[in-house]
Design a protein around this ligand. Structure first.
Ligand code: ADP
Ligand code: MG
Length: 364
């Protein structure tokens, strides 16, 4: 079972930068695992440390239950695709794909067969004699992937493999990569700074900030329930509303275990499922624009009142900005329900979608 175990891992560069700063992560066998975070948070360094291209300063890496922390890169059973593909310009596609096999002194006939089979799987037939300079960006990217797959590693490490492609090609390559990974069933760690890419591709996502893990979960979990305001800000194609609020009625009127209380924010009240937060506690209220409902008439229960400022077209949906007593709140509505600027509106949300973060720490 070629899982990856990362335990207390730190990578410190000679200049003192702790690029990876104490990480514990387990990647399951066959999993498509995304490392997501802003530029400079340590994603590439973590990948290179797993591959053995950077020495671990603390902690250990196990692949397939074997401690490889001090094992040289070529003997770890990993295949890596670099952000710039790192193809050999003087070799043709076939030679590029089979280079790792040549290094291992695999026979010529086997190499040729592997090149043809892998090229077939990655739609590169007919290009085997070309040099990288004669290929499009998408084709070069597939050659880099083919080379990694042909090396028959137990683990595939991909560093922003789609970032050099233009928008349309990137979407096609994304679908292709997802299908390929599923067909091969190979344990894959995929680095990206693009939250939409991570949500679309990964079985689970590790969100990193400054060398540390901020949340680990399925795309659904990190989207619906960000563990802190950093993740809340980073995930989602429309920004999550983060509003200063005060717990006004922690227990509400019900006494059962999922009692619904209320939290007051500028413009009104929102319902929230509140455990162990006292009345008067200052919080940051997190709610996604997708989970708010916009109404024009009267509504019952806790709600926010405001005035429409602008609406932005998102395709079939519109993102409406509502001024709630000086605080802007975003809400998505079906395009045909888009209200006119200046219209008075009421916003409501189910208690289960209203998240309360500690005002100081930003944690749930
Ligand atoms: P990411 O891939 O998430 O953009 P990196 O792993 O490339 O992040 O970089 C993490 C941090 O380590 C950054 O602060 C970067 O400046 C620093 N860094 C990266 N490579 C080196 C290096 N070879 N020497 C010193 N510092 C480095
Ligand atoms: Mg990087």
């Amino acid at each position: 079972m070629a899982g990856i175990d990362i335990e207390g891992l730190a990578t410190v560069y000679p200049n003192g930068v702790r690029a990876v700063d104490g990480l514990d992560v387990h990647v399951e066998h066959g999993e498509f695992f995304a490392l997501l975070g802003p530029s400079g948070c340590g994603k590439t360094t973590l990948l290179r440390t797993i591959a053995g291209l950077e020495p671990a300063s603390e902690g250990r890496v196990r692949i397939d239950a074997v401690d490889v922390t001090r094992t040289e890169p070529g003997k770890r059973g990993v295949a890596m695709v670099f952000q710039d593909y790192a193809l050999f310009p003087h070799m043709n596609v076939s030679e590029n794909i089979t280079y790792p096999l040549k290094v291992r002194r695999v026979a010529m006939a086997t190499r040729t067969a592997t090149a043809e089979r892998t090229a077939g799987a990655l739609s590169l037939q007919g290009l085997l004699d070309r040099k990288p300079g004669q290929l499009s960006g998408g084709q070069q990217q597939r050659v880099a992937l083919a080379r990694a797959i042909a090396s028959e590693g137990k683990v595939l490490l991909l560093d922003e493999p789609l970032s050099n492609l233009d928008a349309r090609l990137r979407l096609e390559a994304r679908t292709f990569l997802k299908k390929l990974q599923r067909d091969l069933g190979i344990t894959t760690v995929f680095v990206t700074h693009d939250q939409a890419e991570a949500l679309a591709l990964a079985d689970r996502i590790a969100v990193m900030e400054a060398g540390k893990l901020r949340q680990l979960g399925t795309p659904r979990e990190v989207f619906a329930r960000p563990a802190n305001t950093f993740v809340a800000n980073f995930i989602g194609s429309t920004p999550m509303n983060l509003l200063p609020g005060t717990v006004s009625n922690p227990n509400g009127s019900r006494r059962d275990s999922d009692a619904v209380g209320t939290v007051s924010v500028t413009g009104g009240l929102l319902p929230a499922t509140i455990f162990s937060v006292p009345s008067g506690a200052e919080v940051t209220v997190g709610i996604r624009p997708e989970y708010l409902t916009l109404a024009t008439g009267d509504v019952s229960g806790p709600s926010l009142r405001g005035q429409v400022v602008v609406a932005e077209n998102l395709g079939t949906q519109s993102l409406v900005s509502v001024d709630c007593d000086g605080t802007l709140v975003g809400v998505t509505v079906p395009e045909e329900d888009e209200p006119a600027p200046g219209a008075p509106v009421v916003l409501t949300a189910p208690a289960s979608r209203v998240l309360l973060y500690d005002r100081e720490s930003g944690e749930l």
